[in-house]
Ligand binder design. Structure first.
Ligand SMILES: [Zn+2]
Length: 59
């Protein structure tokens, strides 16, 4: 049986929720990485969308 990565937003009891995307983001000078299932990946994008639209890109 192959090991699968579990979405970080779920309790380990929900071991079947596989990672579909690894997202990185930075806030307050710190960078973060999180493994997400499709549902939480979409939720992160939706939550940040209004902020991304008005934010400046930093080189
Ligand atoms: Zn999830």
């Amino acid at each position: 049986m192959a090991l699968v990565k579990v979405c970080d937003m779920h309790d380990l009891a929900e071991w079947w929720v596989e990672v579909e995307a690894t997202r990185t983001f930075a806030i307050d000078g710190r960078s973060y990485e999180v493994d997400l299932c499709g549902e939480h990946d979409a939720a992160l994008t939706a939550a940040l969308q209004p902020y991304v639209e008005v934010s400046r890109k930093v080189a």
